[in-house]
Write a protein that binds this ligand. Sequence first.
Ligand SMILES: [Fe+2]
Length: 487
Amino acid sequence: MKRRQFLIQSSLAAMTAIAYHQLPSQSTPIYKQYKSYKSWKSNNSFLQGINAPVFEEVEINNLKISGQIPEELQGMYVRNGPNPMFKPSSYNYPLEGDGMLHSINLNRGKVSYKNRWIQTRGLTYEMFEGQELVELKFKNYANTNIIGYGEQLLALYEIGLPYQINKNLETIGEWNFKGQLEQSMTAHPKIDPKTNELHFYRYSFFNSPYLHYYIADENGKIIRETPINIPKPVMFHDMVLTENYAIFFDCPLVFNLEQAKANNEPFIWQPEEGTTIILVDRHDSNKKPIYLQTEAFWVWHFMNGFEENGQIVIDFVHYPKINMESHWQAILSNKSNLERIKIDVKSHQIVSEVLDDHYIDFPTINNKKIGQPYGFGYAPYIDTELLSNKKIPNYFPSLIQYDVVNKTNKIHQFKSGCYGGEATFIPSSQGQSELDGYVVTFVYNENTNTSDFVIIDPRNFESEPIAKVHLPVRVPSGFHGNWIANV
Ligand SMILES: [Fe+2]
């Protein structure tokens, strides 16, 4: 406690130290800015190979490009992910790791790359001490997603407030909707493309009601808060938005304080509890939520949801069960697939259907189709044979483009030794069709230990990328990214 008081009292000194670190050092001809931190290695499979953190913050201009970057692409692709600065005494993937942002800026023919740690309060304390502070375990890492909201960027973690980031990737501080949000916010809000409203939620482990649903307008004003009763504290990682409903899947991954204290694994899978689908009326806060019981399954991410012919249709990555242990064999045992659930709006009858058998996650779509009937989704493929050989997760050898209407798919296979991540769809500014745009991702090349930023034509998905930006550095595996137009 004495040290904590000292830390708080010394915050000014800490900020001075950080400001000193942020001064650009004398650069090499390539690096406009370069900051290096003390490196370390770990035998945790989530901190090895493609997952190993990087220890430099760089800004690199005049990058080598193959192919032709479309002229209309003006803006910034930015992706978040865990990148612990100090060697952790234990590491619980995907819940831990200081957030690091990686961005590609496309500006009138100029292309640059930049990466920056998110300067969270917890990381600030640790930088002052020069080491991990074990008592800050499960701090707000801000490491999961990064979205554009109004004129700002928000770096998101699901158990903590968003961190406000400027377009130079500098951390401004925690963002609480001008005092309207006291606690946490999901890392997977949904922006309704018709209204620009931000739909989100927070969940609590300790205080009932454990779930709260919010709507904020495009100016940052929270216009609705609805508590939702659920029987036990569980993890909600994502939500669904349709024309009339906000939908939550109460899966039985239950928070357990004793286990969290004992071994830093705070969740227990309790399939006997089943999964409950909760339909919340988007437009009438007086209507009570509808609770629909199903057999137990787990979902990290939804692809999309919409309403059609009196049915709610939800496409998502379905896991029959989830093993949250932090080793590669757990990923091997967590086989998922793309599944569709249809809920009859009147009878509430639920019918499920397997859309595809590939083991995937991180599904994305053209965000102009959020909440609406749509045709196409994208996801990286998890190759279990490759995982068994490497014994390190997150090597995705291909991307899949799903045609969810015709129930077919196309594969974009990366070259040997090259691995992608979540795909972001950038809509074409003049585009009318859902396929008018570009699919982008970072691709790690283990032969050169560097990464590319690739741009794929969604109409020729199996073909070579139309452009590649070659980075002289490695971008580690990460979580979620987005395109910020006209930065
Ligand atoms: Fe996620």
